[in-house]
Design a protein around this ligand. Structure first.
Ligand code: OXD
Ligand code: MN
Length: 588
């Protein structure tokens, strides 16, 4: 329904004048609207119907072949000055960006309707909540947005006659990579995305609003927008404690957020609050509280199976949109790393006949599911709590074959910020345009998602540490250390709970630890090893440090920090120097 809000109406008219759609459709988020959009999308080929008995409410979508992942090289922060965006973001002058993209948007929606999608990030009425409006010519986007966010009148009601909403404009245009741009204008609370149909580029509530725009807004307003999962760990006494974790893309955040405890750890339960994004605020009790602004999961499908993530598997059995997986002849879906063996025949993500002998992957490595969070069997009863959940620990991590031990606790907040700022991971298929397997520094897993100069972002982290009377403790984990044969040493998945339990013990002032130059490490006996198929030697190697590797690591961190020049907070250089001294003095 068209709202009474004059700012919204005027802006929609202006954008419609530019994009020249055939009609303007005001979305209300109703079930009838969903059914109508699905029928239309089936007619246009935007969606294909999957077997409605086996996968009720599930549909299939294939993107263009050149449009299968976030395009970081085409993503820009258009702050008034280049320094505002900083050395780790692409920057475009805002005037130039509006002109350049405006020319592409001009008439881009001819022959298509323009949908007006009002959406909420966060539960209605919560102090965390923000309103966005996305204008798009893609039914796939509307159908995904209604899973990933709360759309419709609930958003207009929250907005009232305020002009504080994020203005999102999206058009597929002609899907030409040369005319594809994802531009953010933090000073105007605006996002323009053109030439793509891939989720991470076009579901504007997600990375664009909830991270890039929100990180800039949060800095002004005194809260944090982070690329973090949020989970609750319930102990056998029924007490639940919450942690957040920042891991670069494709480090298994969704799996960790939905993990099932190993059989030997009886009476424990893990509750999912969010799998990708956390908004964090200081609560009235002086602790840090977290909320998941999203309402659904946009997860990587390949590798999802009953060992890696049984809860996700159950979540995606109904009302799910599958993008770029393989289709089986019985009109169900398949992917590499699924429980089922490869089908003798399938249609691959490119729409071509496929057999196991094809020599290519049937599902794109970055193929995705979009599914409502409420369908997840382990969704936390508090996931929509307007107050959020109180956070005891923040965990940083990355995919490192060597160097980083299984887990360590940082000495204090400032040291924790240094460790988060030094985080690194090996790149994966989630980033289009970068080679797979290269180590890249990724502070707080925010490298591609920070809406302003990352040096200022790190300064803001340090400042928040001073402002939070009772801050969470900060830890670092690495599930991905490998042995001489290149195999993972740590079993991962549900066994990661053993590490989380040590973390919670430490937060509670229990949990034994030994001091090392990089932080507090658990002695092997401090981890719960009941039923753990791991030898003493393996565990020791997971917890060991190598002096030469750590010297090289610190050198790499120093080189990365230098990118920021004088703008990098001095406190981080101090932490860097102190870590260097401790490593030099350490006899290991
Ligand atoms: C994601 C990502 O899609 O981080 O969540 O790339
Ligand atoms: Mn992510």
């Amino acid at each position: 329904m068209k709202p009474n809000n004059k700012t919204v109406v005027a802006w929609v008219e202006e954008m419609a004048k530019l994009c020249k759609p055939d009609t303007v459709v005001w979305c209300d988020g109703s079930e009838e609207e969903k059914q109508r959009l699905i029928s239309e999308a089936l007619r246009t080929g935007e969606l294909e119907e999957l077997d409605q008995k086996k996968l009720p409410g599930c549909y299939y979508h294939r993107t263009a072949l050149n449009d299968v992942a976030r395009t970081e090289q085409l993503t820009f922060i258009c702050s008034p000055t280049a320094e505002g965006a900083g050395p780790t973001n692409n920057w475009m002058d805002p005037k130039e960006a509006y002109r350049k993209l405006g020319a592409i948007f001009d008439g881009a929606m001819k022959g298509r309707p323009m949908y007006v999608v009002p959406f909420l990030m966060g539960p209605p009425g919560s102090p965390f909540v923000k309103v966005g409006v996305e204008l798009t010519d893609s039914r796939y986007v509307v159908l995904n947005m209604r899973i990933m966010t709360r759309i419709g009148d609930v958003a207009w009601n929250q907005l009232g006659d305020s002009s504080h909403f994020t203005r999102g404009l999206h058009s597929k245009a002609d899907l030409d990579e040369k005319r594809r741009f994802i531009c953010h204008f933090p000073q105007d609370n605006t996002i323009w995305s053109v030439g793509s149909g891939y989720g991470g580029n076009v579901l504007l509530g997600k990375k664009c609003l909830a991270l890039r725009i929100a990180s800039a807004l949060g800095r002004k307003e005194g809260w944090m927008a982070e690329h973090m999962l949020i989970l609750g760990i319930e102990n056998p006494k029924g007490e639940v404690r919450y942690v957040t974790g920042a891991f670069p893309s494709a480090c298994g955040k969704t799996n960790l957020a939905m993990m099932i405890p190993p059989a030997a750890l009886k009476g424990y339960k893990v509750w999912t609050v969010g799998d990708d994004i956390a908004w964090l605020r200081i609560g009235p009790d002086g602790r840090l509280w977290a909320n998941n602004p999203e309402a659904g999961f946009f997860g990587v499908v390949p590798g999802t199976n009953s060992r890696s993530n049984p809860n996700a598997l159950q979540t995606i059995q109904r009302d799910t949109i599958y993008t770029n997986v393989a289709k089986k002849p019985d009109n169900t879906v398949w992917w590499e790393g699924s429980d089922d063996p490869a089908p003798a025949q399938a249609t691959d993500w490119k729409g071509r006949p496929w057999t196991p002998a094809s020599g290519e992957k049937a599902a794109h490595p970055n193929s995705r599911f979009t599914a409502p969070a409420a369908q997840c069997p382990c969704i936390s009863p508090r996931w929509e709590d307007p107050a959020g959940v109180p956070i005891d620990a923040i965990i940083f991590g990355g995919r490192r074959a060597r160097v980083a031990p299984l887990v360590y606790q940082t000495f204090h907040w400032q040291h924790g910020v240094f460790v988060g700022a030094s985080a690194a991971s090996e790149t994966t298929a989630a980033q289009q345009g970068s080679a797979v397997g290269v180590v890249r520094r990724d502070p707080m897993a925010m490298l591609p998602f920070c809406g302003y100069n990352m040096a200022d972002y790190l300064a803001f982290w340090l400042e928040m540490g001073k402002r939070i009377p009772n801050p969470p403790k900060i830890f670092n984990v690495n599930w991905f250390r490998t042995n001489a044969d290149g195999q993972f040493i740590w079993p991962g998945f549900g066994d990661n709970l053993r590490v989380l339990l040590w973390i919670l013990d430490r937060v509670a002032g229990q949990g034994r630890a030994v001091e090392s130059p990089i932080g507090y490490l658990p002695p092997a006996e401090a981890l719960n090893r009941d039923g753990l198929p791991l030898s003493d030697g393996e565990l020791n190697s997971l917890l060991s440090l190598d002096k030469t590797e750590w010297k090289t690591e610190l050198q790499g961190v120093g080189e990365f920090f230098q990118k920021f020049g004088d703008r990098l907070p001095k406190a981080l250089w101090e932490e860097h120097a102190a870590a260097g001294r401790r490593i030099n003095d350490w006899k290991f």
